[in-house]
Design a protein around this ligand. Structure first.
Ligand SMILES: [Cu+2]
Length: 494
C-alpha cells in the first residue's frame, strides 16, 4: 500500500497539488514566507496552509540574513531558511511530497523520527536521490512526540549550510502547560562582504579539522545578535524548543539572569533539571527543550550568550508588560516519555566504534575500498580524513560494509572511543539510545538521545534495543566529517 502510494506520488508530478487526496491528520501545514519581505523566492510559488500532502519544495531563493547590504542567495525549503516548521500531533500520519527545484540531486531526512527505513531519506541506502525536477513522497506515522528537524542527506555538507533545514515539531498528547512556545533554530553561514555565500564547500581542510564554520550566526534564519529580542512578561513561562542546525558548529548557550529547566534532549523527555553549570552544550544536530520562567522585572534585559564564540550575544531577553502571575512557577512536571524498549545490559551484545584521523591526528591506518593506507595517504588520494573502526568510507558509498549487524529485538551496547583531537556529535538513525556514560563516567539521567557529543580523546557508552529493521546510518553530524569518512551504517535484520 505504502509503496503503491509512493510510486503514485513520484509519478504524479506537477499536477499533484490539484488532486484531491485523502486528507491526513497533520496539524499546521507549511507557513507562509516571512511577511516582512525578508525572503523573496525567485522560483517557487507559496503554498496554501493545510495542504495535503504537505509540499516541500527545495529551491533557490534570496533571503535577508545580514541587516544591511544585499540579500543572500540561499537554497531553502518553500522559500525560507529555515523552511516551514512542520507540526504534527503524536500518532498523525505525515504525508510530505518533496519537490526538487535545486541544480543538484537531493533527499530529505527526518532527523530523530523513528520512520520505516524506506522513508529515512538517505540516498543510495534507503532511496534513489531525487533528480532536479523530480519528486519523492514520504509517508510515515509520527510515533514520537518532541522536537525534530528535517534536512537533506545528500551532499549535506553543502546543502544544509546553504539553507536547507527546518524544524519538525510533534506535539505531545498531553502538552506541557506553558504560557507560550518559542522556536529557535540556531545555525551559521559563511558570507562574503557582498553578502553572497562563500562557496568553498567540500574543502579537505574543513573535512579534516573542526568542519566548515560560518562567520554569521543565525537565529531563525537571520543574523543573531543582541538586537534579536525575546520579549517576556514577568512571571511568564515559555517552552523554548532549541535546535542546532549548523553544519559543524556547536553552541554553549547561557541564559544570563535565568535558570531554565531542561525538559527534553533530542525530543526525549527527561526529569526536569537545571542546565548543568548554567551552560547548555548543543552540538550540531542536537535539540534541547527548555522551560524558561520570566524571573525578571519589567524594563530589565538579559543576554543569551554563546560561550563557544568567546561570549557572543545571540539574543536579548527583554521584559515588559504586566506580570502574568504574582509568583514565578516552580519546577515543571515531566513530559510523558515516548515508548522505548529498555535495554537489558545483562544480555546485551557489546560493540565498539573507534574514531581516528583528522589533520592533527596521531599516525593512523585505515582501509579505503579494502586497501590499508595511512591517514595522510587517505587524505591525499581519497579526500577522506577520518576512519570508523579503521575504515574510511565515502559518503553513501554503494559498497558500504555495515559497521555491525543486529537481530531485531537484540539488546545492544556500543562503546565509542574517540582517538582524535576533535569533538564529534554522533548520530544514529532509526533509533534512540540511552547515554550510559561519557568519558567512562556514568551519566546521572541516562538520557535518551539520537545525537551525542563525544569529547576530543573522550569516549561514550550507549545502549538500545534494535527495534527498527533496516540499514541505518551511524555518522558524525559535523557534516564535513560525515563527508570525510565518518559515515557508516548498522543493520537491523528482521
Ligand atoms: Cu565529527
Amino acid at each position: 500500500m505504502r509503496l503503491a502510494r509512493r510510486e503514485f506520488l513520484q509519478s504524479a508530478g506537477a499536477a499533484l497539488g490539484a488532486l484531491a487526496l485523502p486528507s491526513v491528520s497533520s496539524g499546521t501545514g507549511p507557513l507562509a514566507p516571512s511577511p516582512a519581505g525578508g525572503s523573496i523566492c525567485t522560483a517557487l510559488p507559496a503554498l496554501p496552509a493545510g495542504a495535503s500532502p504537505i509540499e516541500l519544495v527545495a529551491g533557490v531563493c534570496r533571503q535577508r540574513i545580514r541587516a544591511t547590504g544585499p540579500e543572500t542567495p540561499v537554497w531553502a525549503f518553500n522559500g525560507t531558511a529555515p523552511g516551514p516548521t512542520l507540526r504534527f500531533r503524536q500518532g498523525d500520519t505525515a504525508d510530505i511530497l518533496v519537490r526538487n527545484a535545486l541544480p543538484q540531486v537531493t533527499t530529505v531526512h527526518w532527523h530523530g523520527l523513528r520512520v520505516p527505513n524506506a522513508m529515512d531519506g538517505v540516498p543510495h541506502v534507503t532511496q534513489p536521490p531525487i533528480a532536479p525536477g523530480g519528486t519523492f513522497g514520504y509517508r510515515y506515522r509520527v510515533e514520537d512526540a518532541g522536537t525534530y528537524w528535517y534536512h537533506p542527506h545528500q551532499s549535506s555538507f553543502e546543502q544544509v549550510p546553504r539553507g536547507l533545514f527546518g524544524m519538525l515539531v510533534v506535539e505531545e498528547r498531553k502538552p506541557l502547560p506553558v504560557d507560550r512556545e518559542v522556536l529557535w533554530v540556531l545555525a551559521d553561514c559563511k558570507l562574503a562582504d557582498d553578502n553572497r555565500q562563500v562557496e568553498d564547500f567540500g574543502r579537505i581542510l574543513d573535512f579534516g579539522t573542526e568542519g566548515r564554520h560560518g562567520n554569521v550566526i543565525t537565529l531563525n534564519g537571520t543574523a543573531a545578535g543582541p538586537h534579536r529580542r525575546l520579549e517576556l512578561r514577568p512571571g511568564e513561562r515559555v517552552r523554548l524548543r532549541l535546535l542546532n542546525a549548523a553544519s559543524a558548529r556547536a553552541f554553549l548557550v547561557e541564559f544570563t539572569g535565568h535558570a531554565p529547566w531542561i525538559v527534553s534532549y533530542d525530543g526525549q523527555p527527561v526529569r526536569p533539571h537545571p542546565v548543568p553549570d548554567g551552560r547548555l552544550l548543543l552540538g550540531a544536530g542536537q535539540r534541547t527543550d527548555l522551560v524558561i520562567d520570566g524571573t525578571g522585572a519589567a524594563g530589565r534585559s538579559f543576554a543569551v550568550r554563546d560561550h563557544r564564540r568567546g561570549g557572543f550575544d545571540i539574543a536579548t531577553i527583554a521584559y515588559g508588560g504586566k506580570p502574568v502571575r504574582p509568583k514565578v512557577l516552580s519546577r515543571p512536571a515531566a513530559i510523558a516519555p515516548n515508548r522505548h524498549a529498555e535495554p537489558d545490559l545483562g544480555r546485551a551484545t557489546d560493540h565498539y566504534l573507534v574514531f581516528e584521523g583528522g589533520v592533527k591526528g596521531a599516525p593512523a591506518i585505515g582501509k579505503v575500498d579494502g586497501k590499508a593506507l595511512d591517514i595522510e595517504e587517505i587524505m591525499a588520494r581519497h579526500g577522506l580524513a577520518w576512519t570508523m573502526n579503521y575504515t574510511a568510507q565515502h559518503e553513501h558509498a554503494m559498497m558500504h560494509e555495515p559497521l555491525f549487524r543486529m537481530r531485531k529485538g537484540e539488546h545492544v551496547t556500543v562503546k565509542m572511543i574517540n582517538n582524535t583531537d576533535f569533538e564529534h556529535p554522533m548520530h544514529l538513525h532509526g533509533h534512540f539510545f540511552r547515554v550510559l556514560a561519557l568519558n567512562d563516567v556514568a551519566t546521572r539521567l541516562r538520557e535518551w538521545r539520537d545525537t551525542v557529543m563525544i569529547d576530543p580523546r573522550g569516549s561514550c557508552d550507549i545502549a538500545f534495543v534494535a527495534e527498527n529493521v533496516g540499514e541505518w546510518m551511524f555518522h558524525c553530524h559535523i557534516l564535513d566529517h560525515a563527508a570525510g569518512g565518518m559515515m557508516g551504517t548498522v543493520v537491523v535484520e528482521g
